[in-house]
Design a protein around this ligand. Structure first.
Ligand code: KG4
Ligand code: ZN
Length: 357
């Protein structure tokens, strides 16, 4: 099997990233380089990602990151088979920076352009890192997304459930802000939660036990705000109680999806649950999901945290999967603020993250 070498670019939110990946489906692939510049510091004073600041920062550093990624991989641009870039969904200004840069590189080297759906990047990461075969069940949990999907091929996804309001990472970020913890909230809330009592405060678990596989986190966030308005709350206990509620919600919805996946794919001998997105870096959530998957006879695969948060290796790999299918995209390809993986999902993805709680 011929191995393919792809340069990938990611600029859809607050990470600017370039990577070179080599391999062939189903993977695993070799990550020849993976350069990520996080703009966290630039956005921290605002408690969330500011689109204008993000696009300017992408524009300023992307060229340098691409040069670094090629140098780290010890290859020249002329050596890649194609240039892949996130074409959506995400903050449109940032997406435009990455996609336009990819178009310019592709044109200058007469290389094919591959437009990548950022969500497909997250979805296919477990093939890059672990060579997971189709079909698999995906729980995608990040700052912008909270979805359960069955992945049957690089371009075949069936949406099981999505969030009706906030994404789970967004709930972590807002909880952190309410409790006065620095941005980004996820890792800080997790660190405090490890020292707290998860039963200290009773918080709601929206949709728990209900039919369907959708998520809702806004009621939980409101409850955290009400809790924080009280005198002398213990931040560690508040984080632990919030995280316990988030875990219960994720496990309840995922348990239903595991059962549904078995019905939809009865022939999958060793079905796999893949957890991807920035929130997959949370060890407590990972442990709870691992236990759940095992009790349902599923394997669980969680890519290493640096490939779970936004990065360009996943974009290069998703581009590689499309390239291997013979896909090529025109230089006229338009960036998309919204681009559901599953066509029937009209409003499952939040194209942007806004400031504020
Ligand atoms: O995938 P990602 O880097 O960007 C998006 O596409 O959204 O995910 C970032 C999100 C943020 O909301 C961040 O707070 C959350 O992932 N996150 C975590 C942890 N690490 C990152 N949430 C909970 N626990 C963590 N350890
Ligand atoms: Zn992402």
């Amino acid at each position: 099997m011929n191995s393919l070498t792809i340069l990938g670019l990611e600029t859809s939110c607050d990470e600017t990233a370039a990577a070179v990946v080599r391999g062939f489906p189903p993977g695993p692939g070799a990550i020849l380089s993976n350069v990520v510049f996080s703009q966290t510091e630039a956005h921290a004073p605002y408690g969330g990602v500011v689109p204008e600041i993000a696009s300017r920062a992408h524009l300023e550093i992307l060229d340098g990151l691409i040069a670094r990624a090629l140098k780290d991989a010890a290859i020249k641009l002329a050596d890649v088979d194609a240039v892949a870039a996130t074409a959506g969904p995400g903050l449109i200004g940032g997406v435009m920076v990455g996609l336009t840069t990819a178009k310019a590189l592709a044109l200058s080297q007469a290389k094919p352009l591959i437009a990548v759906n950022h969500l497909a990047g997250h979805a296919l990461t477990a093939r890059l890192t672990h060579g997971v075969d189709f079909p698999f069940l995906l729980l995608l949990v990040s700052g912008g997304h909270c979805q359960l999907l069955a992945a049957a091929g690089p371009e075949q996804y069936r949406l099981y459930g999505t969030t009706m309001d906030d994404a789970v990472g967004e709930a972590f970020d807002k909880t952190a802000k309410i409790l006065g913890l620095p941005y980004p909230g996820g890792p800080n809330v997790e660190a405090h939660a490890a020292r707290g009592n998860p039963r200290a405060y009773s918080l709601p678990r929206p949709l728990l036990g209900r039919a369907g596989m959708d998520f809702s986190f806004s009621g939980l966030k409101t409850a955290v705000r009400q809790l924080a308005a009280q005198d002398e709350i213990d931040v560690d206990d508040a984080c632990a109680s919030f995280q316990a509620a988030a875990i219960d919600i994720l496990c309840d919805r995922t348990a239903r999806a595991l059962a549904r996946f078995r019905d939809d794919f009865p022939d999958a001998a060793r079905p796999t649950l893949v957890v991807a997105g920035g929130v997959a870096a949370n060890a407590a959530i990972g442990a709870a999901l691992a236990e759940l998957a095992e009790s349902h006879g599923f394997e669980i695969r969680v890519p290493p945290p640096r490939y779970c948060t936004d990065n360009a290796a996943m974009i290069a790999w998703a581009g590689l999967e499309r390239f291997a299918l013979g896909r090529r995209d025109p230089l006229e390809f338009s960036p998309k603020a919204r681009w559901p993986l599953d066509r029937s999902d009209d409003d499952g993805d939040r194209g942007s993250r806004q400031n504020g709680a």
